[in-house]
Each structure stands twice: as structure tokens, then as C-alpha cells.
Design a protein around this ligand. Sequence first.
Ligand SMILES: [Zn+2]
Length: 64
Amino acid sequence: MLAMPLTRPTGGFAAVQPPCPHCGRPMSLNRTEPRSGGLPDLCVFKCGECAVWLSESADERRAV
Ligand SMILES: [Zn+2]
């Protein structure tokens, strides 16, 4: 099992990358999808290792 890189300095783009639910690596932001109704953009992440896709809204991430 791979160790998760928890000691990386935060800041910039890396701070918003969620870990892959499959391998734990930081997922890369593939694209953002604008939503209507004043909702924040939907961020679509992809893990290049597992080809796993994950979509999260910035609003949900702030609420956690
Ligand atoms: Zn992965």
C-alpha cells in the first residue's frame, strides 16, 4: 500500500486536490463545469493511475 503524501506544503492548486478513493494519490483537476443558479463550479477530478473520476462542488468542500 502506498503512503499518502500528507506532509506536502499546502497552497496553490494542490490544496484543493482530493485524494483518489482508490489509490490515495492526489487527483488532478480535469475541468470545471459552471452551474446555474449562483452555485459554485463543479470540479471534475481524475486519477491518472486508476482512471477514476470524481466530481465535487466547491460549495460542498467548504462545508466539510
Ligand atoms: Zn487512483
